[in-house]
Design a protein. Structure first.
Length: 94
């Protein structure tokens, strides 16, 4: 499922991935591709997560010089995508 989502939504071929045992209110995966490493998050739908606001907030904070996550736009040019009932977003990882 993860390889299919990353390929279909972001156009990246996954070499390998690993589900992380930690993640605040989300299923979180480290994704290894030829283009580098990424974090793919599948946030739980609840009052804590605001999946539409988080990428915008991080972009704003980055512009102010703060070290924050860099979100990756998907093939549709947006930060958040759906696969059935699941929501995903991806971040670059150094």
């Amino acid at each position: 499922m993860i390889k299919t989502i990353v390929k279909s939504k972001y156009g990246l071929d996954v070499l390998k991935y690993k589900k992380l045992s930690v993640g605040a209110s989300s299923n979180t995966y480290i994704i290894y591709t030829d283009n580098g490493k990424y974090l793919l998050k599948n946030p739980f739908i609840n009052e804590v997560n605001n999946t539409e606001l988080e990428p915008k907030l991080c972009k704003y904070l980055h512009a102010k010089g703060l070290p924050v996550s860099e979100f990756v736009k998907n093939l549709d040019g947006v930060y958040v995508c759906k696969d059935g009932e699941d929501i995903f977003h991806m971040q670059k990882r150094s």
